[in-house]
Design a protein around this ligand. Structure first.
Ligand SMILES: *Cc1c(COP(=O)(O)O)cnc(C)c1O
Length: 391
């Protein structure tokens, strides 16, 4: 008789056969614009380290100091004995940074979505969610018994139809990514808030790729000038903020309710001192060193224009996520290999993450890249794009 776990081997081999298994490269040192990957110096074009804060001296010093003063771990979950002054201070700092009344800090952004969404709506309620929302939202939605209404990507007519048709009883919640991570386009949050007002819905934005980037770093709410209308501004410290952790900002009631109800928060150990202190330092750096956000946008404009001048289609991107469209998966994979040969690290995104004919190299810009780095990368995109038959 075969072992009861034999299926794992079979399923894994099927992934390998379909070329869908992950074999991640190994970073030997910090995540930085120039980093060492699999033993080679490379230009990093695919991390979420938009502001180049993950290796910033102030974040590192804050983490080290917190280990000395508070230790390596927090000892418990927040509601029991793992609630340190560092966590309380960070939450106050998040609220101030986001210009909201209060905030809650989760261990990760995933934990925020999986823990909070199911506490906002339930049986008899209605959820309205963009078809391209992130997987952690999808998992949060799966944990609710609310009726799901999935609207076509950024289609406000489609959203309004669904809002109009939904029965008026129960709560309503509209959830959207702020910045969509495959195309680098933004949700029309001003229009979403207007519809929410008209149809009595709560609004929830997942601004994982917008915080630290849009609205002088404060996120998509500020960018669209609707920060007071969004009921729940969720985000992450794992991207532009350079550390790890999730957040939800909004009213006092929201923070208190989320603290008392989110199961991923109540039942999972709180973040360690080093992480929490580094997150606080990240917000301080963004406030006190505005050059990082400025540089990020200068680099973004320069690189996007450069790709377009080479003849690349960069889709609907209006943010530092810049897709270089390739067409077939084969072309995207060839281009990625050509870039790697030239020490430029940027990975292909292919089906099922995007449509079969919309394979691409997704560039994530960073404030830490210098103009000469961008020119090296553009040169590699030119030569590689010709070899791959894209240009
Ligand atoms: C990365 C990401 C998350 C998860 O955030 P983590 O803090 O890394 O768990 C959630 N939502 C979106 C849109 C993301 O891009």
């Amino acid at each position: 008789m075969s072992k009861p776990t034999a299926w794992m081997h079979d399923e894994y081999e099927a992934l390998v056969e379909a070329n869908l298994d992950w074999r991640p490269p190994v970073l030997e040192g910090p995540s930085a614009p120039r980093c060492k990957v699999n033993g080679r110096e490379m230009l990093m074009l695919c991390s979420n380290n938009y502001l180049n804060l993950s290796n910033h001296p102030r974040l590192k010093e804050a983490a080290i100091a917190a280990v000395r003063s508070h230790g390596a771990g927090s000892g418990s979950v927040r509601p029991i004995a793992g609630n340190m002054d560092l966590h309380v201070k960070l939450e106050q700092r998040i609220a101030e940074f986001k210009r909201r009344d209060a905030a809650i800090y989760y261990q990760t952004g995933f934990a925020a979505n999986a823990g909070l969404i199911p506490q906002l709506v339930g049986k008899g309620d209605h959820l309205f969610t963009d078809e391209l929302n992130h997987g952690s939202i999808i998992d949060g939605v799966r944990l609710t018994k609310a009726e799901r209404n999935i609207y076509p990507h950024n289609d406000m007519g489609g959203l309004e139809d669904l809002l109009r048709k939904a029965p008026s009883a129960g709560r309503r919640l509209i959830i959207t990514d702020g910045v969509f991570s495959m195309d680098g386009d933004t949700a029309p949050l001003d229009k979403i808030c207007a519809l929410a007002g008209e149809y009595g819905a709560m609004t929830y934005t997942d601004d994982a790729h917008g915080e630290g980037v849009l609205g002088d770093g404060r996120g998509i709410g500020v960018h669209y000038n609707v920060e007071d209308s969004v009921d729940i501004e969720m985000g992450t410290f794992s991207k532009a903020f350079g550390v790890v952790g999730g957040l939800a900002a909004g009213s006092e009631q929201l923070a208190k309710y989320a603290f008392n109800k989110s199961r991923t928060f109540l039942l999972s150990g709180s973040a360690p001192p080093a992480t929490v202190a580094a997150c606080t330092a990240a917000l301080d750096v963004i406030d006190e060193e505005p050059q990082h956000v400025k540089r990020l946008w200068e680099n973004t404009e320069y690189f996007r224009n450069g790709l377009q001048q080479l003849g690349y289609d960069t889709g609907n991107s209006t943010t530092p996520i810049i897709p270089a469209m390739c067409g077939s998966a084969k072309r995207a994979q060839t281009l990625s290999a050509e870039l790697l040969k030239r020490d430029v690290f940027a990975l292909p995104i292919v089906f099922p993450m995007v449509a079969r004919d919309k394979a691409r190299i997704r560039v994530m810009m960073s404030a830490g890249l210098e103009k000469k780095d961008l020119d090296i990368a553009l040169n590699a995109f030119e030569k590689g794009g010709k070899s791959a038959g894209i240009l």
